[in-house]
Every structure is written in C-alpha cells, then in structure tokens.
Design a protein around this ligand. Structure first.
Ligand SMILES: Cc1ncc(COP(=O)(O)O)c(C=O)c1O
Length: 345
C-alpha cells in the first residue's frame, strides 16, 4: 500500500524504535522524565525560544496557545482554511470561548498579507464588537497545499501586530518543511511570534507528539492547561525518545520528500481534467482539482485504493502528501495507478 493520505501515517524508523526501547523515563507530571526534559530543552535550543513543552498532539498545542493568548469573548484572526479553525473541532470556542474571524487570502495562496489581516482586526471598536485577541498563522499551510509564509512576511505581521499589543501564534505543524523550502532556520521563521507549535508526528516521522514553544512564563502556564485538558502524561519519555530522533535526523530528509512531491505534481499535471501547477508545489503537499474529470474526488480515491494507493478527497480536490515511507519508485507507481483510474470512464 502506498499511503499518500498524510505525512502522519509514517511508521517509526528502526532508530526511533531503538531509542524508545531504551529510553530513560520518569513521571513527567512531576517534571521528572529525563527524556521529555531533554526533548524540551533541545527543541527550545533549536528554536531559540526560552522554553518548550511536549504535548500529545498539535491540536492540543495550538488550543493551549489560543487559550493563553485570549480571553472569552475575543476573536482570533485566521486565514479561512487554517487548521486551527477548520480541523480542531470548535475547540477555540469550547476551550477558550473565542470565535474565529476567518480571512480569505486574495491570491488564493492561504498566506495573508498584513493589509488583509488589518482589515479584519477589531481594536478599540464599538463596545458591542468582539475585540481581536490573537492572530493565528500557519507555516506551511496545509489546506492551501503546503504554501509558505516567508520570514519577511512573518516579521512584518508580527511587528505590526505587536505595535497594537496583539499576540501572534504560529501553527508550525510543518515548519521544518517550510524552513527547508525557504532555506531558513526554524528559529528565524519563528523568531518574532509569541508562540509556535510544531509536530514531531508529521513530516518528521515520530509516532506521537508535538511541541509548544514560547517564553518561560507562557510554557509554565501551558503546563497547567495541558493537565486540565488531560494531556499530563507519565513515562512519556518513551514517546519523547522517538521525538528526539525525529528532531535530529528527519529535517535533512525533507528535501527528498519535496522533490517527490514536485515529481508527483508534474505527472498529475499531464492528466486530462486535472489542474495543478507543479511550480506551486514547494513542500510535501500536493492538492489538485479533479472537477475537469467530471468524477467525484472520493470516487477517484476509492478506485485508487483498489490499486493500493491511498489519497484524501476534499470536495473537488485530492490531496497527496509525501513522506519518508514513500520512495521515488512509489511515486511512479502511484502516478501509473492514477493514469489508469483517470483513463477509465
Ligand atoms: C497545519 C496543522 N496544524 C495542526 C495539526 C494538528 O495536529 P494533530 O493531528 O497532532 O492534532 C495538523 C494535523 O494535520 C495540521 O496539519
């Protein structure tokens, strides 16, 4: 089975399994798991932030950040396809009492300009208008097809937001992909934001876990909210050990995933009824519109599964994501399967 549904489907590497089996552990609710502590220190060092906390999922990391930056009754400005808004239930309402103020990116890239954000802000508005409490960014942008927020754009947004005393949170589930594609460090991409979440369990390939980073005070407060949400784990060093391997070893493998995604897009672009611009595929996510085939995306995915290729249907689009368990040969096999499925009427 060639599984292109997401980069979350990777299995732990032999090095990760070895590290997990021999991990030194303790009770992390007491702050006594040496491997979790090492992961947190190493992540903070790489991101040049004061502190980091290990959380079970990216969703929990994002939602703790929303909670810490806002008060009930506030709005969170976010691009309309942002993960925090679309794929984390209504957690920003249920957990933080906030609502999203979704904003469309005019160029369709999913990457907002400051002017687009500024037009959606409510600062010192009439008393009956919900004030903006937070700007939430995403890099790379999942539903927009792995698109990139540059360092300059992040700096501009944060500088202008901070002039207004507005915090900025970055959903960096795939920030290592963004850093590779932009030839930047993750520290540079995250430097101006008040908090950043990244996932060990996506392109970096760890089985479980994400990190939330920011100031020492923010991370101390995050520890309480993680507990309240049921995310205080005990001998979590077994998981953190795989996370450490992912953090050290996986970033250097990402260029291959990006090259595979570009090759996939080039092959897909040749098929009748499908539209995708391979030049726009800059990380590991390929989203293509199949409406020209007059077939439903889900039906095409179901037929692909019969050819042992898994992909995700989203409305009239299909998403395929490359990762370390998919080789260049697998990409060619998947393309051949797609040619056959699209060729049949
Ligand atoms: C951009 C983005 N943010 C956050 C998440 C949430 O991560 P998790 O599935 O670990 O909750 C995802 C998951 O796909 C994601 O793609």
């Amino acid at each position: 089975m060639i599984d292109l549904r997401s980069d979350t489907v990777t299995k732990p590497t032999p090095a990760m399994r070895r590290a997990m089996a021999s991990a030194e552990v303790g009770d992390d609710v007491y702050g006594e798991d040496p491997t979790v502590n090492r992961l947190q220190e190493r992540a903070a060092e790489i991101f040049e932030k004061e502190a980091a906390i290990f959380v079970p999922t990216g969703s929990m990391g994002n939602q703790i950040a929303v909670k810490l930056h806002t008060r009930p009754g506030m709005e969170v400005v976010i691009e309309e396809r942002g993960h925090i808004f679309n794929f984390e239930m209504a957690a920003m309402a249920a957990v933080s009492g906030t609502v999203a103020r979704p904003v469309k990116s005019r160029d369709g890239s999913g990457i907002l300009t400051w002017d687009e954000i500024a037009a959606a802000l409510h600062i010192n508005s009439a008393y009956y208008v919900a004030p903006t409490g937070l700007i939430a960014l995403e890099n790379s942008h999942n539903l927009a097809g792995g698109t990139l927020l540059t360092r300059a754009r992040t700096e501009e947004i944060c500088a202008r937001a901070h002039e207004l005393n507005l915090p900025v949170h970055l959903d960096g589930a795939r920030i290592f992909n963004a850093a590779v594609a932009l030839n930047e460090t993750v520290a540079a991409l995250a430097r101006p934001v008040n908090s950043v979440m990244f996932c060990l369990s996506k392109a970096l390939g760890a089985p479980v876990g994400s990190m939330l980073l920011g100031s020492r005070d923010l991370v101390a407060a995050a520890r309480s909210w993680r507990k309240l949400l049921g995310g205080g784990m005990r001998q979590a060093g077994v998981l953190a050990a795989a996370g450490l391997v992912a953090l050290e070893e996986s970033p250097k493998l990402l260029p291959e995933d990006h090259a595979n995604a570009r090759r996939l897009a080039e092959g897909v672009a040749e098929l009748a009824g499908i539209s995708v611009d391979p030049e726009q595929i800059v990380t590991n996510i390929v989203i293509f519109d199949v409406s020209g085939t007059r077939r439903a995306a889900d039906e095409i995915c179901a037929r692909l599964a019969e050819h042992n290729v898994l992909a995700s249907g989203f409305g009239s689009s299909i998403r395929m994501v490359t990762h370390y368990d998919v080789s260049r040969a697998d990409i060619e096999t998947a393309l051949q399967a797609l040619r056959e499925v699209i060729g049949e009427q």
